[in-house]
Design a protein around this ligand. Structure first.
Ligand SMILES: O=C(O)[C@H](CS(=O)(=O)O)OP(=O)(O)O
Ligand SMILES: [Mg+2]
Length: 230
């Protein structure tokens, strides 16, 4: 399996298989939304788009990064979201990096959105599909966010069937600038527990696949059928 690790702006062609990685925090938060019962996560193009969806569907739950804002029900924090019952709900998510990265590859035949909490399930799906090439979109820091790159490299190793020691990858993520900013409360709309929740390897048994449904890009849970091979 050939692997590529571009930032969002470096994705020029439509990949066959894209894994969009955002550890801190979009795809840790999306995974928690599914764990709390959400049926699907709509990835919004903009804050205005998210609010327009809410106006059309008042029962949908809007979620953004940064501080709370009028019209938004939740913020992009796993710690703040994990006690929210989202049974059967549609969540509309808009963040600075994660959702933008998925929309950048929306025409790819297979788009997975990933973080450490769904790493093994994501790797399992890739092993099942056995694609010749996988593009890991490193969403943070113009493609240089260490937490996203470390997670992407870890999943790539596991997808190739290697017995990868997760420790060094998690330590890189823990030492990242994003982790420091979240820990120090520099980022608005965060909890001191967010970093630890973002570093919970394989917290969930499902992967997350995004597909275009009509005019929306929709993220849903998907569970690989294979078992870990290493
Ligand atoms: O909510 C987050 O942690 C970030 C916000 S920012 O990119 O650091 O401003 O968004 P995400 O898209 O989840 O990386
Ligand atoms: Mg991020």
């Amino acid at each position: 399996m050939r692997t590529y690790f571009p930032g969002i702006a470096e994705v020029t062609d439509v990949p066959d298989v894209a894994v969009v990685v955002d550890v801190m925090r979009a795809y840790t938060v999306a995974a928690w939304a599914f764990a709390r019962g959400a049926e699907r996560v709509v990835l919004a193009e903009s804050l205005e788009d998210a609010l327009a969806q809410k106006a059309r569907h008042p029962d949908w739950v809007t979620l953004k990064d940064g501080p709370p804002a009028p019209g938004f029900d939740l913020i992009n924090s796993p710690a703040l979201l994990r006690n929210t019952d989202l049974s059967g709900r549609t969540v509309v998510q808009k963040t600075t990096a994660g959702t933008v990265g998925a929309l950048a590859v929306k025409d790819a035949p297979l788009v997975l959105c990933a973080s450490f909490v769904v790493a093994e399930a994501t790797a399992g799906l890739l092993r099942e599909r056995a694609p010749r090439e996988v593009t890991f979109v490193v969403t943070g820091g113009s493609g240089r966010a260490e937490e996203d790159l470390a997670c992407a490299e870890y999943i790539a190793g596991r997808a190739g069937g290697d017995a990868v020691n997760a420790g060094p990858y998690l330590r890189r993520a823990a030492a990242s600038r994003s982790a420091a900013e979240l820990t120090q409360g520099v980022r608005e709309g965060s909890s001191p527990e967010d970093v630890a929740l973002c570093l919970e390897l394989d917290r969930f048994p499902f992967a997350m696949a995004a597909t275009v449904e009509g005019s929306l890009m929709v993220l849903r849970q998907v569970t690989p059928t294979d078992s870990p091979s290493a």
